[in-house]
Design a protein around this ligand. Structure first.
Ligand SMILES: Nc1nc2c(ncn2[C@@H]2O[C@H](COP(=O)(O)OP(=O)(O)OP(=O)(O)O)[C@@H](O)[C@H]2O)c(=O)[nH]1
Ligand SMILES: [Mg+2]
Length: 258
């Protein structure tokens, strides 16, 4: 998933998708709006960008409000929630599109695991959507016909510029990078330090993981704690919001400052 070849392929694909659309719906994780926009924004030059703050149900509510207000200064933004209907989502896109009367060619994009597929499914909810070629639109690309909105049925996967360990740590906390593919222990430790402040944990990472594993009965050979399993389970639960509703990116002034 994180191999350079794979990332290159995803980049080529998204460039091709971007050419075919006029509007891009960028899905952010409400818990880390900066880490989930740490990609090359340049590829979306001249496109209308609309943001969705997703997973707000497992973020800090106050920060979601602050982020929404901040992002609204530069772009249209909506906080997505499960009760939102397909119609509400479509109306929001139409209202915020530059294309006043004509059709809106839309791409859903975002880093891994932010909820791109969930949003695409929401758009096409309760509708017998036909996917197929729309005459006049780039061949070989599948579209979902939603009336005025023509939605690309494949999301664009964005990869963050991972040179920054702080960003990588936050992506690990929100499940955009799985624990198994993090080879740098410093990133793991950093992620825990960020989590620790929010969850008001006092222990060191080693102490915490050992206790966590023991409490769940993750015992390996000789009755010692299975550290690997304990760590990967811990990060999975954190990413699902099961260890608390936290927002990890708080520096709203850094929005679009890259
Ligand atoms: N709590 C919560 N979980 C969500 C929300 N939206 C999506 N998820 C969960 O997040 C996980 C990833 O969602 P997907 O829609 O598959 O995300 P994606 O961006 O398509 O992921 P990739 O295709 O792997 O890049 C799934 O387990 C979803 O159930 C949300 O608003 N709140
Ligand atoms: Mg998906």
């Amino acid at each position: 998933m994180w191999y350079p070849g794979h990332i290159e392929k995803a980049k080529r694909k998204i460039k091709e998708f971007v050419k075919a659309v006029d509007t891009v719906l960028i899905i952010l994780d409400a818990r880390a709006p900066l880490a989930t926009t740490a990609f090359e924004m340049g590829i979306f030059k001249n496109k209308q960008l609309i943001f969705v703050l997703n997973k707000a149900d497992i973020a800090n509510d106050n920060y979601t409000k602050i982020w929404k207000k901040k992002i609204a200064h530069t772009n249209p933004v909506v906080v997505f929630h499960k009760k939102m209907s397909s119609k509400q989502l479509k109306d929001f896109v139409i209202k915020n599109s530059k294309s006043k009367y004509g059709e809106i060619r839309l791409l859903v994009a975002g880093v891994p695991n932010v909820g791109k597929s969930t949003i695409i499914n929401k758009f096409s909810e309760k509708k017998n959507v036909k996917t197929g070629a729309i005459p006049g639109i780039t061949r070989g690309i599948q579209w979902i016909n939603l009336g005025r909105i023509k939605l690309l049925d494949t999301p664009g996967i964005l990869y963050s510029k991972l040179f920054n360990k702080d960003i990588a740590a936050k992506l690990l906390l929100i499940g955009s990078i799985p624990f198994e593919s993090v080879s740098d222990y410093e990133i793991v430790k950093k992620a825990f330090e960020i989590f620790k402040v929010e969850a008001k944990v006092e222990e060191t990472y080693e102490e915490f993981i050992e206790k966590f594993g023991a409490s769940r009965g993750f015992l390996g050979k000789g009755g010692v704690c299975d550290i690997e399993r304990s760590q990967s389970t811990f990060f999975k639960l954190v990413s699902e919001g099961k260890m608390g509703k936290f927002t990890y990116d708080k520096e709203v002034n850094l929005w679009m400052q890259k």
